[in-house]
Design a protein around this ligand. Sequence first.
Ligand SMILES: *Cc1c(COP(=O)(O)O)cnc(C)c1O
Ligand code: SF4
Length: 346
Amino acid sequence: MTIVASNELSVSAERAPRLSWQESMRLAIRDAGVLCRRLNLADDIRQQAVAASKAFSVFAPLEYVGRMRSGDPNDPLLRQVLPCAEELSEPAGFTQDPLRESTVVASPGMLHKYEGRVLLVATGACAVHCRYCFRRHYPYRDSPSSMEQWQAALLRIEGDASIDEVLLSGGDPLTLTDPKLRELVGALSQIRHLRRLRIHTRLPIVIPRRVTEGLVRILRETRLSCLVVVHANHPREIGDDAADPVCQSLAKLIDHGIPVLNQAVLLRGVNDHVDVQEELNRRLVNQRVMPYYLHQLDRVAGASHFETPVSVGARMIDQLRERLPGYAVPRYVQELPGAASKTPLF
Ligand SMILES: *Cc1c(COP(=O)(O)O)cnc(C)c1O
Ligand code: SF4
């Protein structure tokens, strides 16, 4: 099956009504040159992108690319996935493991940093490669990839009754197939003191069809209370009407009683303007998604050009409080290595 180049998501969706999310993964753009040509970008931008993509490859699903404006190198969605020359500069303070996560590995693939909750790096695969990702240098190959390899982590959780919540992260845990996910959720639900399962994912945003009936069933049928934390940074990533495929994927979860929260990262040139933040958070609550965190950028090597001063973030939060209901204003936080929780900035 082929998808015809199109800037209108609805057109490609109509042309390929039965395209599965796995096919979308397979058809995603993985080549910087192809992405630039698809969006009619200038040659110099394409050459930069191709060079910078060698350090961290491109991955952009067609659904997500379909939301970008053709011919605009500053498109806020494009900027999140397009490699650029600035990635190759190495400013002081930007490192491979800015959160020093290697110091909180309790078992292969399991990070235990905060009281009561552990994070499982469920897979190294993502449905989009975000240029600012703080795990872009994470040693994913050390993480378990089979139930057998998860046994050590499961035993650690079982032996610590203070843990009542497991976060599935990655990578993106929803790149796992439903049977794999069902197996992992099933094993976790056997641990009596666990009460909640939280899934951190960008898939409902970038490949909305990932929210299948089967997935919803897994999350509904487990004894654990499930929450989903999605990750959208810009209003154009979610749309604002019931016919939008992303809104539909979010509604599918929420209609089935699964709370959905959003976290965003403050990114220069993407969402560092209060009007953009206002529209993003307004759209989220219109869709019943609760804004959770706005993260100050983690200082990962290759992402320095996205950094926004904390003073800018703080002023925006102040303005958002005037413009939006209290529940629509995210918590502006930073992750500091060694801290007992994410640190509120404002
Ligand atoms: C962010 C994070 C959590 C979750 O923190 P909350 O404040 O509960 O959202 C848990 N473990 C790790 C390693 C984290 O980075
Ligand atoms: S989806 Fe998440 S883990 Fe994957 S590249 Fe983007 S920010 Fe990083």
